[in-house]
Design a protein around this ligand. Structure first.
Ligand SMILES: NC(=O)c1ccc[n+]([C@@H]2O[C@H](COP(=O)([O-])OP(=O)(O)OC[C@H]3O[C@@H](n4cnc5c(N)ncnc54)[C@H](OP(=O)(O)O)[C@@H]3O)[C@@H](O)[C@H]2O)c1
Length: 282
């Protein structure tokens, strides 16, 4: 059975370790920047923690580099260095990172090491590992890396554990990650912009949050159920351009509203253009 080890005992490393272990896989253990993190993550699933990078590498057939994006290349370089010194054998091992925007190209000179390198990204915001473990079976993972029988075996293994995995090419990773950011982080931006406008109408912050929550959640639920264009309501869906122009006029009055105006105009243009394309001109 393949032994799965983790370098980086943070949110994603812990969640994946719990998931794999809960699905009967052998988790060889954790190495992390701080021993405390490695100890805590390992203790959760009765696995080993390592104080040395080379020990987790030697104890694992599949190595997850669940460190922040900026550290993935650096950890990879350390592993290559250990192989050059004869302290670690990477040949035949599977190396995986979980960045959404980086591809497997971060594993530079991979073929010279004899290892296989993939990126595996859960389309999920992971803040609490225990919650993420519950969510993994319902979210989509994307897998990227050079085609090989080892990649197909890894893909099948993930599916056998109940995960839904889509394959993606390395050229598309940045665009793909931009799409994920649009559906999550940028929605926060829209909500914050809406709150700012409401507060400009004299509503206090807590009232704004209360006012927007049912509107936001109801709309998000409809969009997720019926599709963002099919569930569209409001002036653009009705073709009420007089109202849209009034909004634009209002946001054009003050220089300070320039960002709000740009957001409002760009999204209105997008919806106006796409509602027809997607057949929601009712
Ligand atoms: N969180 C999300 O929502 C999410 C979603 C999808 C994908 N991802 C991806 O998953 C990866 C991990 O993200 P995360 O959210 O789990 O980050 P995180 O919670 O910050 O965990 C990163 C872990 O790596 C350890 N670490 C940092 N530098 C290290 C090094 N040089 N060597 C060894 N360990 C090191 C950290 O240190 P300590 O030992 O000090 O704790 C920490 O435990 C990233 O590539 C991220 O893009 C994250």
């Amino acid at each position: 059975m393949q032994r799965i080890g983790f370098i980086g005992a943070g949110k994603v490393g812990r969640a994946l370790g719990m998931y794999f272990s809960g699905n009967g896989r052998t988790v060889s253990g954790y190495y992390s920047r701080s021993i405390n993190s490695a100890q805590n993550a390992a203790a959760c699933i009765g696995a080993t923690y390592y104080e040395d990078l080379k020990d987790v590498a030697n104890a694992s057939d599949v190595l997850f580099l669940t460190v922040p994006d900026r550290s993935i290349g650096q950890v990879w370089d350390q592993l290559v260095c250990l192989q050059q010194k004869g302290e670690v054998l990477l040949n035949g091992k599977v190396l995986v990172h979980c960045s959404g925007s980086l591809s497997s190209d971060i594993f530079s000179n991979l073929s010279e090491t004899g290892a296989f390198g993939f990126s595996l990204h859960p389309i999920l915001a992971v803040s609490d590992p225990e919650i993420a473990v519950e969510q993994f079976p319902t979210c989509i993972f994307t897998l990227e890396g050079e085609a090989s029988s080892r990649k197909e075996a890894f893909f099948s293994e993930l599916q056998a554990m109940g995960l839904t995995v889509a394959q993606i090419s390395k050229e598309k990773k940045v665009r793909y990650h931009g799409a994920c950011v649009m559906a999550s982080n940028l929605v926060n931006g829209l909500l914050a912009a809406s709150q700012q406008m409401l507060m400009g109408c004299g509503l206090d912050e807590s009232l704004c949050e209360k006012a927007l929550t049912p509107l936001f959640l109801g709309n998000a639920n409809a969009a997720a159920t019926r599709g963002p264009i099919q569930s569209l309501t409001g002036p653009i869906q009705r073709g009420d351009m007089v109202t849209v122009q009034k909004h634009i006029g209002e946001l054009s009055k003050e220089k300070d509203d320039a960002e709000l105006l740009a957001i409002y105009t760009a999204l209105s243009n997008y919806l106006e253009h796409h509602k027809g394309v997607n057949g929601n001109e009712r």
